[in-house]
Design a protein around this ligand. Structure first.
Ligand SMILES: Nc1ncnc2c1ncn2[C@@H]1O[C@H](COP(=O)(O)OP(=O)(O)O[C@H]2O[C@H](CO)[C@@H](O)[C@H](O)[C@H]2O)[C@@H](O)[C@H]1O
Length: 477
């Protein structure tokens, strides 16, 4: 099938969070299964240094009274054609923010729609988050182009209709107060990134005021769990680590702990319980819970904590200040840094993710892949990917708590800190985490079925697709 992915982020070229991981990884697996998948993304000012092959100008278009150009290259380390939408609005060296955010992504969506109508016609456009949310509305015009709309972050719903009407074409038939609401109503299929979150968004607690809408379209809404790029993130050959390791050679992992302690300015102590966080510093991620209990936890234990993240100013300055109270034991790195993130996954003993809500979560999957035990709040995709650790039966993959409550987080952290003292059990727990299968294959198969069903075909895999899946799954086992 011909499938066009349209998104604001594509790893490893442009990534602010987990959506970039998904759009950088899923197309590769669909390609392996035999589909013609291509990606359309903005040509950000910082991309030129990162591309493997020089982009070639292939098409010029016009929309919203603006000229734009489309360049073609390939996604690094793949054969996936990558189309870059060039316009001066994307020249700055940033993905998000800026006063023109709504305008520039509406322009980008228009560019993608024009491209699909006039240059390369896909059977399905797979749109991601509000940045691409108008595409399903416009594609209502084209019976031969279906759309799949994936929600990664419901908290951001894009511009209101009153603003859109001033800058772009909002057809008479369009319903929905903002871009996200419109996309949900017009996409041929709506997906989100875990089964539990797909259920949760139908409730007022998680629906971000669209729960009524999600209930209304419930038969067209499905939750498909994210995977991770197992080639890109592999502790056995990750060149950014101090020392590579596997679940059979976990002893070598200690070099990463010591390296991380040194790099982050923590005391070198291989016995200290080292907690890591790699996160956007936003309300979603439970940073307020962490701030409420961190003094107690640090005073009660000998633990160390390293946090890598950027985001809201308030969280950045508060965390930074708390860290000054624990010199050598708490390190706050207010950066976006892929290399350091991998060294945190590979060097920390446990990974903290007490999210308020979590559509899926990629970070806890990466942590497990690198033998770092997740400590999570049971919500959304964290419920679907981390199972409760029971030392007696030697089952489960992490520590978890239910209520969004500081005391519950503190108790959970203490349990993990105590668990860490039982080295043999801890090692088995690490090995269980590292043995989990977080490949994209199973989920890619679900997406293929969706693409087929929205284009009027039976929602099933062909024999060849099934054989390829088995082959690739066995290759990674
Ligand atoms: N400062 C930093 N430096 C380096 N790397 C950093 C970083 N901050 C974050 N990252 C990286 O960004 C990714 C974060 O992905 P997550 O899925 O955990 O959360 P996010 O909320 O961004 O994604 C949203 O989309 C994804 C994809 O669907 C959902 O899994 C998730 O639940 C949803 O909230 C990870 O790869 C992490 O390593």
């Amino acid at each position: 099938m011909r499938i066009l992915f349209v998104a604001a982020e594509v790893a490893p070229l442009a990534k602010a969070g987990g959506m970039g991981d998904v759009v950088g990884a899923l197309p590769k697996v669909l390609h392996q299964l035999g589909h013609d998948v291509r990606i359309f993304m903005p040509y950000y000012g910082f991309l030129a240094d990162k591309l493997e092959s020089p982009p070639e100008l292939i098409w010029k278009g016009f929309t919203m009274s603006q000229d734009f150009t489309v360049y073609k290259t390939t996604l690094p380390e793949s054969e996936i054609p990558l189309y870059l939408f060039e316009h001066s609005a994307f020249a700055p060296r940033r993905i998000y923010h800026g006063e023109d955010e709504y305008w520039r992504f509406t322009l980008f969506s228009n560019g993608a729609a024009e491209f699909a109508w006039n240059y390369w016609k896909p059977e399905v456009i797979h749109c991601h988050d509000w940045h691409t949310g108008m595409i399903p509305v416009w594609m209502k015009q084209s019976e031969d182009i279906a759309t799949v709309f994936t929600i990664h972050n419901l908290a951001y719903q894009g511009p209101w209709r009153s603003y859109l009407e001033k800058i772009t074409w909002c057809p008479d038939y369009m319903r929905g107060d903002n871009v996200m609401a419109a996309a949900v109503q017009f996409a041929s299929r709506v997906t989100t990134v875990s089964p539990t979150y797909a259920q949760q968004i139908k409730t007022p607690e998680y629906g971000e005021k669209l729960d009524g809408l999600f209930n209304h379209i419930k038969d067209n809404l499905v939750g498909i769990l994210n995977g991770i790029d197992l080639d890109l993130y592999n502790p056995a050959n990750d060149k950014l680590l101090y020392k590579t390791f596997t679940k059979e050679t976990l002893i070598k992992r200690i070099a990463n702990k010591i390296g991380l302690q040194e790099e982050a300015g923590l005391e070198i102590n291989k016995n200290a319980f080292l907690l890591g966080m790699v996160t956007r510093l936003v309300e979603q991620k439970g940073i307020d819970l962490v701030m409420q209990i961190i003094d107690r936890f640090m005073s009660y234990t000998d633990a160390q904590l390293v946090i890598l993240g950027t985001g809201e100013r308030y969280y950045e300055s508060q965390l930074w200040q708390i860290a000054t109270r624990f010199p050598g034991r708490m390190s706050v790195q207010l950066l976006y840094n892929d290399a350091l993130s991998r060294r945190i996954y590979a060097g920390s003993d446990a990974f903290l993710m007490p999210s308020r809500f979590e559509p899926c979560g990629i970070s806890q999957l990466l942590a497990m892949r690198y033998g770092c035990i997740p400590i999570v709040r049971c919500t959304g995709g964290l419920t679907d990917t981390v199972s409760f650790y029971n030392p007696a039966s030697e089952t489960g993959t992490g520590y978890s708590f239910d209520r969004y409550d500081p005391l519950d987080l503190l108790t959970c952290l203490i349990r993990a800190w105590e668990g860490f003292r039982f080295k043999k059990d801890w090692q088995k727990l690490q090995q269980r985490c590292m043995s989990q299968n977080f490949s994209w294959y199973k989920s890619a198969a679900e997406y293929v079925k969706i693409y087929k069903s929205v284009t009027g075909q039976p929602a099933e895999l062909s024999k060849t697709e099934q054989q390829k899946l088995i082959f690739f799954e066995q290759a990674i086992a």
